[in-house]
Design a protein around this ligand. Sequence first.
Ligand code: COA
Length: 375
Amino acid sequence: MAKAKELSGAGLRGQVAGKTALSTVGKSGSGLTYRGYDVKDLAAHCEFEEVAYLILKGELPDQAQLDAYKAKLKSLRSLPQALVEVLERIPATAHPMDVMRTGCSMLGNLETEQSFEQQQDVTDRMLALFPGMINYWYNFSHKGLRVNVDTDADSIAEQFLWTLHDAKPDALHTRVMQASLILYAEHEFNASTFTARVCASTLSDMHSCVTGAIGSLRGPLHGGANEAAMELIEGMNDPEDAEQKLLGMLTRKEKIMGFGHAIYSESDPRNAVIKEWSEKLAQASGNTSLYDISVRCEAVMWREKKLFCNADFFHASAYNYMGIPTPLFTPIFVCSRLTGWAAHVMEQRADNRIIRPSADYVGVAPRVVTPIASR
Ligand code: COA
């Protein structure tokens, strides 16, 4: 069945839709590379800002360049008053991804990209501002708290956790968040990035490209999978219960979120990294239940279906151990993948032709209009 879908060209699977120098996905060997570096190598040795710099500018920064880049980002965290007012009007019942989409679009009204020469600056502004933006809304709408987003946080990872909990975060949590942001930063022509590139190919502005990409990322077949995986595992009491529930779902041919991948066929290289961090967080918390359940799910899915965990599955338990509310999982993905989206927009702009594929027509044969009085 999968083979038939592949051959039919459904979902553009297997088709090359353009060129990129930013990343490779699923090529033999290392699995996922950003600008030639293995993602596991980057996650082990770098902080997110180094990787963002690499993806956006082409090379890893030296210490002086990194310090300057982080200082620039730190200076760009403040929320414009008009954006604060919009955030305060969005109800607590809204989905945080809709808040991200609206917030990004509003920022585009307030700080419109006037020319492509500003593309790096508007990207840096979004990188710096998005973590505080979503957590300002979350704290205000859920707790009536106007959280200070101009924190002393040293990094985007720390800024996210700090503005969420309104306190300096635990060092282990910040380290895990660094790795998480690196793992999610870039992934070639995935659905949201392709959305951004299509938008960029019309010579639209950066905020429109990112707003569209956020809309694509929102769906459960893409970024929303980590939230869906969390909902799945929190309904499981222990590994044995997990096994029985999964077997039932598989019998009913239900889709298990956090498993499978459109490009990788044997494993998702990001899984091993976040799984290891999830285990460390579980041990540090003194309650390994969620981790143990996740490990059993992984074993059952491989045994029964040869389906492997994608990046999202162990992110669910890892984020939960860090006290992150489930609806905020996908916005974290936005805060990271923004890097890849913006770099792809820049790449598209540098060698642009409007993206306009064709379709096979499968509708009715040509016919003539019968005037309405005779229909
Ligand atoms: N649970 C159960 N069955 C799954 C599955 C899952 N998570 N992922 C794939 N399958 C099955 C499909 O039903 C299909 O079976 P069929 O051939 O009998 O129809 C087969 O495996 C091939 O999968 P297919 O849907 O063709 O793969 P795809 O490339 O179109 O889709 C995903 C890839 C990621 C969309 C898909 O694996 C999925 O929906 N996963 C869950 C959502 C998720 O975790 N998304 C995050 C991706 S990073």
